[in-house]
Design a protein around this ligand. Structure first.
Ligand code: C2E
Ligand code: CA
Ligand code: CA
Length: 514
């Protein structure tokens, strides 16, 4: 869109040049035909005056009338009397007019005079001959210069002109400039053409200019307009960017938020149901806006995943987690930090390097890290998942299947993949109403996990009854609002500190083994 004005300049300027130059050329040929009318009318007038005042031809009276008209007229060069066979009886200046006819005579509509084109001996340009009959066999003719036709207005266009033709309406040329008539192209985009007729006089003028030549004359205007269009384009671009910003286009805003460090890790404690002690946490993202508003992940996580921004977002979270929890993890070697991954992480594979570069050599040991893969969305490329998971296992980090039982993986897949932890989803935990009433679905999930020697964490534990039921089934690790929602770092550290020192010393090491 921003480039449109620049592209439009050529188009608009072409149109403007065409219309302006066509007007100029038309004005020039109109001026020529207008002048030609005046010239021919002047000659007609001269002949009529001479004949009116001369009872007979070639007499002193006749010559005196002829001389008077030659003096008066700016255009008439000669006057001659001849018969139909071309035999000359007399001419002005005591001479003979030697000439060659170049065209037939054409009647001038509404007049008794006729018009033709001739060439005077010894001259290389055509002139007009206007003749009036006298008596039965004789004619009196005025020879007029046609050159004035093209001297007055033609300089306007002559520099650019490809051709200019003034001719009789039967096609006999009077003036030819530039390319010959045949070479003149028909009216197409490459030429600008104009044509004009001289009213009653059977004369016309046609001219053509090359579009390219006249267009070149507008180079400065072209540069100027292009500059203006560029400015307009930049303005449009800025407006569009501002619009994108204002309209909160999700991916645009998310990217900005990641760069600005607005994607913050919140921490939800994972509790040992047997001891009530803290054994670790799950990292859950929150978008903390500059105005203090805290946006939960449901509002943007799908956009982040679709737009590919989930990968840089996780990277930013992991860096913050290292900074936030390094001290705690170093102090409490069995403290576990669980981080959620996206399906995209398994396709691009760079997650393993990212884990190494962030946590390698940090106060957070690989053994303290758990990465969660959700079952809610399918993991299509099982080979890619296997490769990434085994590389992660090599590092010593562990893998949890999140939202187990709600999604796409079959249970056999859990084992093939070498899943270390299963997180029983809240929808199953919600089925527990009474600590003493069995919930077969949960019991089945628990039995299966224990069979496969997979650790269990129950999610979304909200009631005492649920905690009691799970504990009675030997499920000891849980997270949920019963203990704490995800909280920001400072609150989480306060909570962790409240459990120390004896809590850490006595419980952290045993809990996972329980
Ligand atoms: P999840 O991984 O299953 O996370 C557990 C969700 O349940 C969290 O929602 C948590 O706040 C909520 N929750 C925990 N205990 C309770 C409870 O007792 N009752 C109820 N009603 N809810 C509880 P949250 O934080 O809104 O996250 C929603 C989902 O967004 C997460 O589900 C996870 O799939 C995704 N998510 C959040 N942060 C990240 C992240 O950093 N990376 C990835 N890949 N996904 C994330
Ligand atoms: Ca999770
Ligand atoms: Ca979950």
């Amino acid at each position: 869109m921003a480039f449109l004005p620049v592209l439009a300049v050529d188009y608009v300027l072409d149109g403007y040049v065409k219309s302006r130059e066509t007007q100029k050329l038309q004005a020039a040929v109109d001026a020529i035909t207008h002048d030609s009318q005046i010239i021919v009318q002047d000659a007609v007038q001269a002949l009529r005056v001479i004949l009116h005042h001369s009872p007979s031809l070639c007499t002193p009276t006749f010559f005196s009338n002829v001389n008077a008209q030659l003096q008066r007229s700016r255009f008439v060069r000669q006057i001659a009397v001849e018969n139909a066979e071309g035999i000359q009886y007399c001419a002005a200046y005591d001479g003979v007019v030697n000439y060659r006819a170049l065209s037939e005579s054409l009647a001038i509509p509404g007049h008794t005079e006729v018009l033709s084109v001739v060439e005077l001996e010894g001259e290389d340009h055509s002139i007009l001959k206007i003749s009036q009959r006298f008596g039965g066999n004789r004619t009196v003719s005025a020879f007029v210069e046609a050159v004035p036709l093209v001297t007055r207005d033609v300089p306007l266009v002559v520099g650019n002109m490809r051709h200019l033709v003034v001719s009789l309406t039967n096609g006999a040329p009077v003036v030819l400039r530039g390319d010959a008539v045949d070479a003149a192209p028909s009216s197409n985009g490459d030429y600008i053409l104009a044509r004009s007729f001289a009213g009653d006089i059977p004369l016309k003028a046609e001219a053509g200019v090359s579009f390219e030549t006249v267009r070149a004359g507008y180079a400065e205007l072209d540069i100027g307009l292009t500059l203006v269009a560029c400015l307009l384009g930049v303005t449009l671009l800025l407006l569009a960017l501002q619009f994108a910003r204002r309209s909160n286009l999700p991916s645009f805003e998310i990217e900005r938020a990641i760069v600005a460090g607005e994607m913050k890790p919140y921490y939800q404690p994972v509790i040992n149901l047997k001891t009530g002690k803290l054994i670790g946490c799950e990292v859950l993202v929150r978008w903390v806006k500059r105005n203090g508003e805290v946006v939960p992940p449901g509002a943007f996580i799908d956009y982040a995943e679709i737009s590919g921004l989930a990968v840089p977002m996780t990277l930013s979270l992991m860096e913050q987690v290292r900074f936030d929890l390094e001290e705690l993890c170093a102090e409490v070697p069995d403290f576990k930090v669980s981080i959620n991954l996206f399906e995209g992480h398994f396709r691009d594979g760079s997650i393993v390097e990212d884990i190494q570069s962030i946590f390698g050599g940090s106060g957070i040991n690989y053994r303290q890290l758990v990465f969660e893969i959700t079952e809610r969305r399918p993991l299509d490329d099982k080979d890619a998942v296997n490769t990434v998971v085994s590389a992660m296992h090599k590092l010593g980090v562990r893998i949890a299947m999140d939202d187990a039982g709600t999604g796409h993986s079959n249970l056999a897949y859990l084992q093939t993949l070498g899943i270390d932890i299963v997180k029983i989803d809240k929808i199953f935990v919600d089925m527990i109403r009474d600590a003493n009433v069995p919930v077969p679905v949960i019991d089945g999930l628990i039995a299966m996990a224990k069979d496969m020697d997979i650790e269990i964490i129950a999610e979304g534990v909200e009631t005492q009854e649920q905690a009691l039921y799970l504990r009675s089934k030997n499920v000891f690790l849980a997270q949920g609002y019963l203990f704490s929602p995800p909280v920001k770092l400072s609150s989480f550290l306060t909570l962790a500190n409240a459990l120390k020192p004896q809590a850490r010393r006595s419980n952290f090491g045993d809990d996972l083994a329980a």
